[in-house]
Write a protein that binds this ligand. Structure first.
Ligand code: ATP
Length: 236
């Protein structure tokens, strides 16, 4: 088990956003977490990456308890999040943005190899390597955010809404690349409102509703589940 979350509760002041959720991710999997606005998807990601402390429950990564570990130390252990809303550095070049992703590393040969890999996965970023991040299109910025996360060579890649705000064709491309990254050996936990794409690419998925996990199953099972279809896939 790479990631194991047990009975996790997270609060913002008096608002309880997660009421004791449990989920796990096995090495090599793509796992999708789906749910409506405000269900607690981003809060779950923040708890895993250490951006928000948890009130109760535990998070184990690679067999070790990381519930109270600092966020930067989680990056060093191999958890990296490509943030929602992209979160790239607009005033820095594409290349510098990618270099920032490798800030915890000292293995220069490995960094150079990963930069090549990112440019192979995202040829658009290679073409635009000297351009400022802020001048890229929405889809390219999303690619840059994913590329930057890959530069830390994560064991677990957390993706928060990678399809948000993108045109259908670009969404397809982003998901193709997510599948490819996974096939190259990176485990992925994906938060998505685009349940159709996420579940069709994921090995397993969880449905989050108002801070509780209400359903789990293989991506295919959830895609064909009548209540999931009705609530999240727009099919009655
Ligand atoms: P979205 O897709 O809209 O981001 P989500 O599923 O990611 O939704 P969260 O952002 O995790 O949901 O929010 C879960 C709950 O916690 C919501 O009720 C939200 O209003 C609340 N919440 C989130 N962030 C804060 C905050 N900084 N302060 C107070 N309440 C918050």
């Amino acid at each position: 088990m790479l990631l194991e979350i047990d009975d996790l509760t997270l609060r913002y002041g008096r608002i309880e956003a997660l009421h004791g959720i449990s989920l796990h991710v096995e090495e090599g999997e793509v796992v999708a977490l789906i749910g409506a606005n405000g269900a607690g998807k981003s809060s779950t990601m923040r708890a895993i990456s250490g951006l928000r402390p948890v009130a109760l429950g535990s998070i184990r990564f690679n067999g070790e308890d990381i519930t109270n570990l600092r966020a930067d130390l989680r990056v060093r252990r191999g958890i990296c999040q490509a943030p929602e809303g992209r979160g790239i550095f607009p005033g820095m070049t594409v290349l510098d943005n990618l270099d920032m992703g490798a800030y915890t590393r000292r293995d220069h040969a490995g960094i150079a190899a990963d930069l090549d890999r990112v440019f192979t996965l995202f040829p658009r970023l290679a073409e635009r390597r000297r351009q400022h991040g802020g001048t890229l299109s929405g889809g390219e910025q999303q690619m840059l955010a994913v590329g930057r996360a890959l530069m830390s060579r994560p064991k677990l890649l957390l993706l928060d809404e990678p399809s948000m705000g993108l045109a259908p064709m670009i969404i397809q491309q982003i998901f193709d690349i997510i599948t490819e990254i996974n096939q190259q050996g990176t485990t992925i936990l994906l938060v998505e409102q685009n349940a159709q794409q996420a579940l069709s690419r994921a090995h397993r998925g969880y449905v989050l509703e108002t801070g509780r996990i209400v359903k789990e199953g293989t991506g295919q099972d959830l895609l064909h589940d009548p209540s999931v279809k009705e609530a999240y896939l727009g099919v009655a």
